[in-house]
Design a protein around this ligand. Structure first.
Ligand SMILES: Cc1cc2nc3c(=O)[nH]c(=O)nc-3n(C[C@H](O)[C@H](O)[C@H](O)COP(=O)(O)O)c2cc1C
Length: 242
């Protein structure tokens, strides 16, 4: 059993998202690999649709490319992102955008168990909704979702919160933000939040129970989509394939 864990958490440190994804991998009891997306050099989809259609996997050659084949073969996936500007981080969005190869003629990752992890505060619910909306396009099975309301705005690090009336800290606290002295204990850690720790354990336990080649639930819409893809894209992809 192979579980892949991806994190779009902040670079240069092990933030909450990284540690949450790693904790789920460690506790799930399967062979696991952690991938820090923000340390990879890669872009979103560049629209070379004809190339990913036949192999049903992204062909764009960069640091992320090997993981699309691995993901296709993995038994389960953990995918974590911080909330950036009210939605998932663009690093996570770019990574998922290239799932497009999994959406040609067939859905090769349909039913694959996913656990999602999201950390942030403001608009965390819309970030989660967007993440799940996009994953839904590939018919994966979201086994569980672990949110962590970290309330750690980027201003905690920038050092100019006493003069700023724009950033997250000011949005959260108003004028009181200007009086604040930032101390290490304000960098909240999910490990200190019993509800999040329990949610991590629960997600790992669900992953532990998955069995290889579980029968995949194929929604009825598959059939309609299949016909649509053949009619609209099939010809175009055949014509443009190398
Ligand atoms: C560019 C940027 C935008 C952000 N936007 C939001 C936001 O809209 N809402 C929010 O609650 N937090 C926002 N944050 C804060 C992060 O979501 C928060 O610090 C998160 O815990 C970071 O996770 P990490 O420590 O795993 O990197 C933002 C941070 C950055 C760097």
């Amino acid at each position: 059993m192979k579980v892949l864990g991806f994190s779009a958490g902040g670079t240069g440190r092990q933030g909450n998202v990284d540690r949450m994804v790693k904790a789920i991998l460690d506790k799930c009891g399967h062979d696991a690999e952690f991938v820090k997306l923000t340390d990879l050099n890669f872009s979103g989809c560049k629209g070379c649709v004809a190339l990913c259609a036949r192999p049903q996997v992204c062909q764009l050659a960069d640091d992320a490319q090997p993981y699309y084949e691995k993901l296709k073969r993995a038994d389960a996936v953990v995918l974590g992102t911080p909330v950036y500007m009210g939605t998932m981080a663009s690093t996570a969005a770019a990574f998922i955008e290239r799932f497009f190869g999994y959406r040609h003629v067939d859905f090769p990752i349909a039913g694959k168990p996913f656990v999602t992890v999201v950390a942030g505060a403001m608009q965390i619910d819309s970030a989660i909704a967007e993440l799940h909306r996009v994953l839904g396009m590939f018919q994966v099975r979201v086994l569980d979702m672990v949110p962590y309301r970290s309330t750690v705005p980027p201003c905690f690090r920038c050092g100019r919160h006493k003069e700023c009336e724009i950033g997250g800290l000011y949005m959260m606290l108003g004028e009181a933000a200007k009086q604040l002295t930032i101390t290490q204990d304000m960098f909240r850690r999910w490990e200190d939040d019993p509800a999040t720790a329990a949610a991590i354990d629960a997600a790992a336990a669900k992953l532990q129970k998955i069995v290889p080649d579980e029968p995949r639930e194929r929604p009825a819409t598959d059939f309609v989509w299949h016909i649509y893809v053949h009619a609209v894209y099939g010809r175009c992809c055949r014509d443009r394939s190398p």
